[in-house]
Write a protein that binds this ligand. Structure first.
Ligand SMILES: O=P(O)(O)OC[C@H]1O[C@H](OP(=O)(O)OP(=O)(O)O)[C@H](O)[C@@H]1O
Ligand SMILES: O=c1cc[nH]c(=O)[nH]1
Ligand SMILES: [Mg+2]
Length: 209
């Protein structure tokens, strides 16, 4: 079964509190999601392999380390996942970005795929699927199936907030996928919203309603 990691870094938790706040407006919400995504990118890349190199400082030659060149792909689930891409790319500028367009039907809560565009070499990349919200898990589950069908071999899932139901579904369907979160919340309400959550992430990011 895949692992679940909750990033408890104080800066992530502090900013998440403001993201949750219903009085936080679109501009600040977007900025905070961007910042938390950057901090989460810092945490999720802890295990990237390094290799030895040598560098000449103004004083002398030094043994040093550089990234060993593992290829990374970011795959935001549209729309809300887009809000986390720029923050992550600030720290991982060489990552290629694929897009999976999915929306959750408000009646059935089932995901509907409307777009997909991926880097051509996804099978060689460590893919990080990004979405602020993991609610029933239907959207992330479908996105991961879509990536695997197209050859992806190494996938992680990174979300701001998850409900237990979503974590359970992804763990059942994709035991090879680790899940990285800023918070694991209590439950879903009758409309499939995460409680306490942050409301509708896409609407709050883009000012729609
Ligand atoms: O785990 P699930 O139950 O599938 O719910 C989570 C999905 O719902 C939201 O997207 P939404 O359908 O609102 O689309 P949007 O990003 O375009 O607003 C969210 O960003 C996830 O993609
Ligand atoms: O709480 C939720 C659940 C699904 N999608 C959201 O944006 N928020
Ligand atoms: Mg939405």
């Amino acid at each position: 079964m895949g692992n679940v990691f909750v990033f408890d870094h104080p800066l992530i938790q502090h900013k998440l509190t403001h993201i949750r706040d219903k009085n936080t407006g679109t501009k600040e919400f977007r900025e905070l999601v961007d910042e938390v995504a950057m901090l989460m990118a810092f945490e999720i890349t802890r295990d990237l392999p390094l290799q030895e190199t040598e560098v000449e400082t103004p004083v002398t030659k030094a043994k040093a380390k550089v990234l060993a060149g593992k290829k990374i792909g970011l795959v935001p689930i549209l729309r809300a996942g887009l809000g986390m891409v720029d923050g992550m790319r600030k720290l991982i500028p060489a990552a290629k970005v694929g897009h999976v367009g999915l929306y959750r039907d408000p009646e059935t809560l089932k995901p509907v795929e409307y777009y997909i565009k991926l880097p051509s070499d996804i099978e060689e990349r460590e893919l990080i699927v990004i979405d602020p919200m993991l609610a029933t898990g239907g959207s992330a589950n479908d996105a991961i199936h879509s990536l695997k069908k197209r050859g992806a071999k190494h996938i992680r899932l990174m979300c701001l907030i998850a409900a237990p139901e979503g974590v359970e579904l992804v763990q059942k369907e994709h035991p090879d996928v680790d899940i990285y979160l800023a918070a694991l919340d209590e439950k879903l309400d009758e409309r499939g919203y995460i409680v306490p959550g942050l409301g509708d992430a896409g609407d709050r990011l883009f000012g729609t309603k």
